[in-house]
Design a protein around this ligand. Structure first.
Ligand code: PLP
Length: 390
């Protein structure tokens, strides 16, 4: 009766909805499906953070509207976190914007900075929510292929000068969803130079900043010299502290971008529940053993999966960070065909790479969000399939 607007209709369709439905049908039919397809952290929020929420929820001051743009103690906690973790000095008043999770910030930013028809550079494969922000801003998306031979980093030589002259914004994301790749400081320096030369604002999505393997801590974009002049970083508490349901994150960096985000947010929301803000500040500044333990847990799971698949003769690359493994599918299958085989014959759900963009074809994404036992069981089930010959 009331059809959605043209703008809503222009939003990308949810690629994985069909797959999730199919998985639901298998589960309803009584099958034991191992869900490695989604990205929802399986561990609980550390108890000291939950305890702070409970205490703060009882404080009547938190029952009122929070101040617009959030409490300054949370911005200070974000600045302290960046100083402690990355040695980066942040002005909490001017260089931090509190977000309803990283996703909200990522979807809002194109509307903050782009005019209709402006060009934005987006990695392919990439986190599909980037596309939604582009569509809402009525911007033109140009994709940057992430190829395995380049360590899943974009090759800036491939961008022609017309595109570069029109581009106003670029999204990057390391540790990367879906490829599990990480970036070096050198790559960020190259990015900053490109941004300066072409007047492009860089938005680095650091959602998996806390998850790096083999003893390598992922680096923040803001650690590279000059980063704050050309861009911002989006940080979320969803993955670092298993707080995905709490919806809290922040943007940090370039003052003019931060103020544009806050301006848009003034029109959209007041701010997060004060008790969530108090608990988030405790997460960022309190004991961090939980973060190290979580990182070790994901690393153990990664090792079970990758070692197991290697033992089957499947020569997959181990992720360096994030909680995803990006597996090249055996010759002769598309990513959708291969995912369907895994679901139908082994009752394992993985995400087909094509759902992350054209350059995701040929891969599937496997989440490390199930126990080591379940991952070992997945490997066993795969070993019973004859997938390496078609
Ligand atoms: N960025 C990437 C690459 C993600 O994978 C996710 C969540 O899956 C997010 C951002 C957003 O996380 P949140 O909105 O929970 O902060």
């Amino acid at each position: 009766q009331f059809p959605p607007s043209e703008l809503l209709n222009s939003l990308p369709k949810q690629f994985f909805a069909g797959l999730v439905k199919k998985v639901g049908e298998y589960i309803a039919a009584g099958h034991d499906v191992i869900n490695l397809g989604q990205g929802n952290p399986d561990q609980p929020t550390p108890p000291h953070i939950v305890a702070k929420l409970q205490e703060a929820a009882a404080n009547p001051l938190n029952h009122k509207y929070s101040p617009f743009q959030g409490f300054s103690y949370l911005k200070q906690a974000a600045a302290d976190f960046y100083q402690r973790e990355y040695g980066v000095t942040i002005d909490p008043d001017k260089e931090v914007a509190i977000l309803f999770g990283g996703k909200a910030g990522l979807v809002e930013i194109p509307q903050c900075l782009l005019n209709s028809g402006d060009t934005i550079l987006v990695p392919d494969p990439g986190y599909p929510d980037y596309w939604s922000g582009v569509a809402l801003a009525k911007a033109e998306m140009v994709t940057m292929p992430l190829r395995e031979e380049n360590g899943f980093l974009p090759d800036y030589q491939e961008l022609d000068s017309t595109v570069l002259s029109k581009a106003k914004l670029m999204f990057l994301n390391y540790p990367n969803n879906p490829t599990g790749a990480t970036a070096s400081e050198e790559f960020f320096v190259e990015t900053i130079n490109l941004a300066r030369e072409n007047d492009i604002c860089i938005v680095h999505d650091f959602a998996y900043g806390a998850i790096g393997f083999d003893g390598v801590k992922p680096i923040s974009f803001l650690q590279a010299d000059g980063a704050k002049e050309v861009g911002i970083e989006i940080y979320t508490l969803s993955k670092t502290y298993n707080m995905a349901g709490w919806r809290v994150g922040f943007a940090v960096g370039n003052e003019s971008v931060i103020s544009a985000i806050e301006l848009l947010q003034d029109h959209l929301y007041v701010s997060l529940f004060g008790a969530v803000q108090e608990a988030a500040a405790v997460a960022l500044t309190g004991p961090q053993d939980c973060v190290n333990e979580l990182n070790e847990l994901y690393e153990r799971r990664r090792n079970v999966l990758i070692t197991g698949l290697h033992s089957l003769g499947w020569n997959v690359t181990a992720p360096k960070g994030s909680f995803f493994a990006w597996l090249k599918v055996p010759e002769g299958y598309s990513s959708e065909e291969f995912s369907t085989i895994l679901l139908e014959k082994a009752h394992i759900m993985v995400a087909p790479g094509i759902g992350f963009g054209e350059f995701g074809e040929g891969y599937v994404r496997v989440g490390l969000l199930s126990s080591e036992d379940r991952l070992a069981e997945a490997v066993r089930r795969i070993s019973r399939l004859e997938i390496f010959e078609k």
